[in-house]
Design a protein. Structure first.
Length: 241
C-alpha cells in the first residue's frame, strides 16, 4: 500500500523500496506456501500463554471499536482470523503479495492488504489497536524508531499495541540464505525487551506489561511479549517537543 490519502503522513525516513523491505518481500514470496503449511494451525499449535495474550489484547482493543485493529506482518492470517473470532474488527497487512494471496484464499471473509508496517496507508489516529507478532524481527535497528513512530501515528489515543519477538540475554543478528528448501535473503534481529521498550518509549508509546517465556517445543529462543498503548490525549511525539 502506498501513501495516497491526503490525510496520511507516514514516516518519510524509510523509503518504500528500501533494500531490507525488498529482500524480506522476495524471501517470503519464495517460502509462502511452505510457511503457510508449516504454521497453518496456530491456535492448536501455539503456547497457551500466546493465545491468552492475544485474547487480552482483543479485549483491550474492543474498547475502541469500531476503530479496526491492524495485524501487521499477518502472514497466513491465523492471528487475523483469531482476532476476528474474538469479535474484533480487524484486517491484515503483509509485505509479501504471495502471502497475502494465500491468506485471502484461506480466509475469504477477511481483509488482507499488501503493505509495509514502516509506512501505512492510513490517516492519523484511525486504528483501535496494532498486533505485530514476530514481524519486527526483520526491521533493522536503525529503522525501528521510525517504525514505532508510524505505529504511534496511526493509533487512536488509548489504543493497545501487542508485540511478540524472539529474544535472549544479548542482541544478535542472523542472516539466512535458505529456508524450506528455497533460496532467500532474510535477516533476523534478536533484541532484548529493554532495547525494544526504549524504542517504544522514544516513539511516545507507554509500556503496560512485559512477559518473557521460555522456548516451547522446538523453539530455540525465548519469546518476549510487550503490551503498550498510545497515551490518551496524545497524538504525535512531536506535539510535545
Amino acid at each position: 500500500m502506498t501513501a495516497e490519502n491526503p490525510h496520511t503522513s507516514p514516516s518519510p525516513s524509510i523509503p518504500e523500496h528500501a533494500d531490507f523491505l525488498e529482500a524480506t518481500r522476495a524471501s517470503y514470496d519464495a517460502i509462502a506456501p511452505a510457511y503457510t503449511e508449516a504454521f497453518s494451525d496456530w491456535p492448536a499449535d501455539s503456547a497457551p500463554l500466546d493465545r491468552s495474550l492475544v485474547t487480552v489484547f482483543a479485549e483491550l482493543a474492543g474498547e475502541h471499536a469500531p476503530a479496526p485493529v491492524a495485524d501487521l506482518g499477518s502472514g497466513p492470517g491465523y492471528i487475523t482470523a483469531r482476532l476476528d473470532a474474538l469479535g474484533v474488527p480487524v484486517f491484515g497487512v503483509d509485505l509479501s503479495p504471495r502471502m497475502v494471496a494465500l491468506a485471502r484464499r484461506a480466509h475469504p471473509e477477511l481483509r488482507f492488504h499488501v503493505g509495509s508496517m514502516t509506512s501505512l496507508d492510513l490517516p492519523d489516529a484511525t486504528l483501535g489497536g496494532i498486533v505485530a507478532l514476530y514481524s519486527i524481527i526483520h526491521v533493522p535497528d536503525d529503522h525501528l524508531p521510525a517504525t514505532f513512530a508510524e505505529f504511534h501515528r496511526v493509533l487512536v489515543p488509548g489504543a493497545p499495541l501487542l508485540l511478540g519477538f524472539q529474544t535472549g540475554d544479548t542482541e544478535d543478528h542472523l542472516h539466512l540464505s535458505e529456508r524450506f528448501g528455497q533460496e532467500i535473503t532474510l535477516d533476523y534481529y534478536w533484541r532484548t525487551p529493554d532495547t525494544v521498550i526504549a524504542h517504544l518509549t522514544e516513539a511516545g508509546l507507554r509500556l503496560s506489561a512485559r512477559i518473557v517465556r521460555e522456548p516451547d517445543g522446538e523453539e530455540k529462543r525465548p519469546r518476549a511479549f510487550l503490551l503498550a498503548e498510545k497515551p490518551r490525549g496524545c497524538f504525535r511525539p512531536s506535539d510535545h517537543t
